[in-house]
Design a protein around this ligand. Structure first.
Ligand SMILES: [Zn+2]
Length: 464
């Protein structure tokens, strides 16, 4: 296990991009078609294992078997000939096996030949290393992270967590890696007896259903919201009062809350007569769609099928619907009333759910509460998405939506307005509820960032 944490092990749920191969000098092979050619997350359920080696080290081969892997040499030989005949013998589910070779692998033709010989499964089965089971938890290969990812996950509860760096370190697999880790960290996998393969399949499908071409509403935003949610769940007022079921739903809501976001706002969908606008009667169109997508993926993965949570779909929906910014005043007014009357009781399920909805809202729009180094990157991304919508509207002769005109709007202008009218009112109330060092720190960042956006010397393009 020690040697594994020191060596990069590539994620095996997607083809390894060429630039990664060049950068790391590593290769990853797998038995699923998801690893070859077009990745289809739906095929992940059928994935049974993979092989990877680190060519820089040239001395170690990792053989990862997931689930009920048929592992006999005869089976593999038949597969190679294209016959999928049954073969006896299962490897126990969720086993991590590591083959270690002695001596370096020589490059070149001889080296490749040697590789092929050494990749022989039959030979591998005789290795004493195959019979050694790792002493750690018997979950998935993806728990074995490279050094940088491992170090970052150790500090996943930090408010300065650099989600951009994390995404690069995980080769764009940030959502899957981080959320899987958080489920383990909060003990949800064990407590709810979640199948780690179903959990991973669910997360891979979630990640794939985000549009990576969106500058802002992509899987990285969902990962960031999930990390923020985890930070909030650890705050004393929530950590000591929320049930495990609340935490489970909060994490699922955070990670799915913008699923299949098209990169344009509701106004655009309504004005263009989009079928989603008609389906949801022009009200919380995007949020309703995100919710339905989340329920659909939960069903497809079967992740929670064994749990007797009767109203989980509705509760999940009400958390996702709470992220509709146009409805913020309604939620905030209710929350403020309770705070004014000092009658918010975390023992009351309805009060607890309102707090979770507010927590979800805070996690969703907490970008301006991060340190400038991170916050400014999010600001650029969201502006790019707004301006792209404006460009499309201009192209089709439509009126340009507010904040979407690159000729008259600016990042500084958009951010200053967003902080003053949306973020600050919400986080002031949050700070009244959860008066912790994190809350004060978030407000301090908010003020610093607002000062920077409104300083004309730093942003000369800011409209007067
Ligand atoms: Zn969002």
């Amino acid at each position: 296990m020690e040697v594994c944490s020191q060596l990069p092990v590539l994620p095996l749920d997607r083809p390894v991009p060429q630039h990664v191969l060049r950068r790391r000098g590593a290769i990853s092979l797998g038995t699923s078609s998801a690893l070859f050619g077009g990745p289809s997350p739906r095929q992940l359920c059928k994935r049974r294992g993979g092989v990877s080696y680190n060519s820089a080290d040239q001395a170690v081969l990792y053989l990862h078997l997931l689930g009920k892997c048929r592992s006999t040499p005869s089976h593999l030989r038949r597969r190679r000939r294209g016959k999928h005949t049954q073969a006896p013998g299962f490897v126990p589910s969720c086993v991590k096996i590591f083959l270690q070779w002695l001596g370096p692998v020589r490059p070149g033709a001889r080296g490749l030949k040697s590789h092929r010989r050494r990749l022989s499964f039959q030979r591998g089965l005789k290795s004493r290393h195959l019979r050694q089971r790792p002493s750690g938890p018997q979950h998935l290969l993806d728990q074995v992270y490279n050094c940088q990812v491992k170090c970052m996950l150790d500090k996943v509860d930090s408010w300065d967590f650099d989600i951009f760096m994390f995404d690069r370190a995980t080769n764009g697999n940030g959502l899957v890696t981080l959320t899987f880790h958080l489920f383990l960290q909060l003990g949800l996998t064990r407590l709810f007896r979640l199948d780690p393969i179903k959990l991973r399949s669910f997360l891979v499908m979630v990640q794939a259903d985000y549009h990576q071409r969106n500058p802002y509403h992509n899987s990285l935003h969902a990962t960031d919201v999930t990390q923020a949610m985890y930070c909030f769940l650890r705050q004393p007022k929530l950590a000591t009062t929320l049930s495990s079921c609340d935490m489970l739903l909060a994490l699922v809501a955070a990670v799915t809350h913008d699923l299949d976001h098209p990169g344009v706002n509701q106004g655009f969908l309504v004005r263009t007569g989009h079928h989603l606008a008609a389906l949801y009667k022009n009200s919380s169109v995007l949020e309703s769609h995100h919710w339905r997508c989340a329920v659909s993926l939960l069903r497809e993965s079967g992740l929670l099928d064994h749990l007797p949570i009767t109203d989980r779909s509705e509760r999940l929906g009400s958390l996702i619907l709470a992220t509709d910014i146009s409805q913020q005043n309604r939620y905030l007014a209710r929350f403020r009333e309770h705070l004014d009357r000092e009658d918010l009781s975390m023992a009351d399920p309805s009060h607890r759910h309102l707090v979770l909805q507010i927590t979800m809202k805070c996690a969703d729009i907490c970008n301006p509460c991060r340190v400038w180094r991170l916050s400014s990157q999010w600001s650029s991304r969201v502006t790019a998405e707004f301006f792209h919508q404006g460009d499309v509207e201009k192209k089709h002769g439509m009126a340009v939506s507010p904040l979407c005109d690159r000729l008259s709007d600016s990042t500084a202008h958009i951010q200053a307005g967003f902080i003053r009218h949306v973020v600050e009112p919400l986080f002031r109330e949050w700070c009244r509820f959860s008066c912790t060092s994190l809350s004060h720190r978030m407000l301090a960042h908010l003020q610093t960032n607002l000062d920077r956006w409104t300083d004309p010397s730093q942003h000369p393009e800011t409209p007067p």
